[in-house]
Ligand binder design. Structure first.
Ligand code: 9UX
Length: 72
């Protein structure tokens, strides 16, 4: 079963940032799709919770040089 979550992303200022974050999230095993919206600064991610966890997603975003806002 797949799960969809929305993550508040920090540090994005341009369309290239969006592409980088999307690419990073899609590299995580178990991620089916990742869509990032620059104006809302949100990433919508569909993933298989048996293959990927929240920590994997956060780790990837951070390794790409961006952040996930706390509290959500
Ligand atoms: Mo360009 Mo978006 O350096 O960071 S990719 S502003």
């Amino acid at each position: 079963a797949e799960k969809q979550i929305t993550l508040p992303i920090t540090g994005m200022t341009c369309a290239n940032c969006v592409a980088t974050v999307e690419r990073s999230l899609k590299k995580v095993q178990g991620v089916e799709s990742a869509m990032v919206n620059l104006s809302s600064e949100r990433a919508t991610v569909v993933f298989d919770p048996e293959l990927a966890g929240l920590g994997d997603l956060l780790g990837r975003v951070e390794r790409a040089g961006y952040g996930v806002a706390a509290g959500e």
